[in-house]
Design a protein around this ligand. Structure first.
Ligand code: PSU
Ligand code: MN
Length: 300
């Protein structure tokens, strides 16, 4: 299940960063997605850590993929989208699938990985009072000891409601170099964060504090804003997002299909600008996850 390279690094207490595969299989257009998958692994290595891309391949949960398996995740049209609860059915059926934040965080933590870099978390969808669509990411992170570096939650979600849920669930949120909660495509979602850290060592110190306290296995979210020069134009963002949400209603898109639909809609209707912002955010997060994994392994 854990690749030899990742297993060796963990035994030697060397830095490892988990990467999710849903963003590759379902969150980015092809064929760019394969290039991104490879690039993200390279970014982790450049930071001095070992990348562990997570997926289920032919019914087997895998932490750390070969180059051929990365290619398969990016190109196989039958890749399922697997949250935590989908892992066991996928194993029983012997199918392959890409893991979301919840599926990835679970498998990575079980393998002994403490740091995970991704784009944006799932969260509470808008209109929650009608359809109680809240990503399984939140509940899983409430009971999983892992540090997740993200650019906030996708702005397609209800951001204040998501932050409220994270508070209720006891999941810590740190702003990285900011006291504002980032807005995924935008540097600022309009919401504040209570705690600000300035560098990877400060994050590692918070992780140590979690372990010293013990008892309750919750995650730590490091909210890292997209670099300002890559931020999406705010007016364009607000306009296209409103259209995308209306399209979801009109087309009757539901369940797991909503997030990929919205992401693809934004890419198309911003002429790729949202994609560039998305990629800049993910790159920055994965690089920072590498730095945090290095700082974490140095202080242990
Ligand atoms: N962020 C992105 N692209 C994505 C996702 C997040 O930039 O594709 C994925 C993550 O895997 C996240 C999932 O866990 O969307 C949430 O999906 P849902 O809302 O169905 O739980
Ligand atoms: Mn959902």
């Amino acid at each position: 299940m854990t690749s030899a390279e990742v297993g060796d690094a963990l035994r030697r207490r060397e830095p490892v960063v988990a990467l999710e595969s849903t963003i590759i299989a379902h969150g980015l257009p092809r064929p760019r997605n394969l290039l991104v998958a490879r690039e993200l692994e390279a970014v982790v290595r450049k930071a001095g850590a070992v990348p562990a891309t997570v997926a289920v391949i032919d019914g087997v949960p895998r932490v750390g993929l070969t180059e051929g398996e990365v290619e398969r995740v990016a190109t196989d049209p039958d890749m399922r989208k697997l949250g935590f609860r989908d892992l066991a059915p996928a194993m029983a059926a012997g199918v392959s699938g890409a893991t979301t934040v919840s599926g990835t965080a679970f498998l990575a933590a079980r393998a002994g990985i403490r740091v995970f870099g991704t784009g944006g978390l799932g969260g509470v969808h808008r209109g929650w009072t009608d359809v109680q669509d809240e990503s399984a990411d939140l509940a899983l992170l409430a009971r999983t000891r892992i540090t997740v570096v993200c650019a906030g939650v996708k702005s397609i979600l209800d951001v204040p409601a998501t932050l409220q849920r994270l508070e209720t669930l006891g999941v810590g949120v740190l702003g990285f170099g900011t006291d504002r909660f980032p807005g995924f495509y935008l540097t600022d979602s309009g919401e504040p964060v209570d705690w600000t850290v300035r560098d990877a060592r400060e994050v590692a110190a918070v992780m140590r504090g979690q372990d010293t306290l013990g008892g309750h296995d919750s995650a730590l979210i490091v909210a890292n804003p997209v670099p300002p020069e890559h931020e999406l134009d705010r007016a364009l963002h607000d306009r296209v997002l409103a259209e995308a949400l209306a399209a979801v209603e009109r087309e009757g898109v539901t369940g797991q299909a909503i997030t990929p639909y919205l992401l693809a809609y934004l890419t198309e209707h911003t002429q790729g600008a949202s994609l560039e912002a998305n990629l800049a955010a993910v790159r920055g997060n994965v690089a920072l996850a590498g730095d945090i994994a290095v700082a974490w392994s140095q202080q242990r």
